[in-house]
Design a protein around this ligand. Sequence first.
Ligand code: PLP
Length: 453
Amino acid sequence: MTQEEINIDHLRELDKKYFLHPTTSIKQHQANGPSVIFTEGKGIYLKDVKGDTYIDGLSSLWNVNIGHGREEIVDVISEQMKKLAYSSTFQNFSHEPVIQLSEKIASLTPGDLNVSFYTSGGSESNETAFKLVRHYWKLKGKEKRTKIIALERGYHGITMGATSATGITPFQNMATANAPDFFHAKPFQLNCELGDKVDANYPRSIRGIIEKEGSETVAAVILEPVQGAGGINIPPDGYLQAVRKLCDEYGILMIADEVICGFGRTGKMFGVDNWNVVPDVMSVAKGITSAYIQLGAVIITERLRDELAEISTDVLFHGFTYSGHPSACAAALKNIEIIETENLVANAKNMEDELLKGFQYLEEKHSIVTKTRAKGLMGAFELFVDRDSGTPFDPSALAAPKVIQECFKRKLIARPVVFEGSNIITIAPPLIANKQEIEKIIVILSDSITAFE
Ligand code: PLP
């Protein structure tokens, strides 16, 4: 064994002994330790402690939008930290980066979504959104409006409310019971949402749930414009508009969870922009700083803020120590500047075509590939034993995980989505990815499918 190998083994042992990994099988981790220890990142690539280079095909956790190793961001964070590393934004305190970022966000968001509240990530943003909408209804004397309707297969995070809104059962099962007043509708029941009560799925639609529970008890509907962790599920055209109309019809607030979609991922600055919908509340995180430092935000309409101000002079008893962290806000401003000056939103849109072309090639070459889809640089396809009859793989075949393992051997990181019998392969590289890099990803996917077949 070389000294280098000994060091790597030592690191892996320490990792096993002292680190409880998020969203990981504890048993498998204890048996195997981490399979890769990263040391560097540049562009769409990550390098590990052995010196191997991987394509970061999921932008790590859908968040490294501008790619790795951008020194401009590091410089801005460092300058801000030297000047004012931290100060509180509670009550009547503020600082320049948070003011500038709030103004910038308002210039990008649709409609009058112009007022930002800051968090440290997506779960906190959604948790804040749920508390804010309930607070709003309470102040308006409608205390009964507490229920939140989300979608099956939606992912909203891991704090108590966010998990309860998440429509992916393994996440809910972990905490054994959901917080009360969260409901899940079947995604994309366009006809039902438009008012078709005869459809068999009506009771499971958002409209069906509102009518059953009573609209006077519903605070808000939350949904991702394009579902990410649930397998990249793109709503049919007209769906988001129908949900907006439905919310207006019943006086219910609409929350768009833009934690993945926001800041260019779908080929528009925000996911809702694909369908020209303006929600009442928008949660963002991830792409707001491209992961260089933790930040999230909840953006509300000026109308909502003005109503809150009008009704009550009480303190809003909600604020995180790191709400509006100056260095994080400075990083976000630089990140947004890079997204704009490098036209990364347009690039994501252009690369959608390349991704779809590549997926089409996979479909032609491999009889197990089907249901290909992409919105910007969020793409997926599914694996079926027999795609014509829609016969799924037996779960014991571990089809998607095995293809992903083959990808990993070939130095591509991508993610399988395997719950409820699905075998989905998801791809979401950084928004800087070019045509050649997308082609490289497709070649590795094809070789990996061949190795599995
Ligand atoms: N909402 C969506 C759509 C997400 O994809 C995620 C994370 O993947 C979250 C919320 C939770 O964000 P965080 O992990 O930053 O708490």
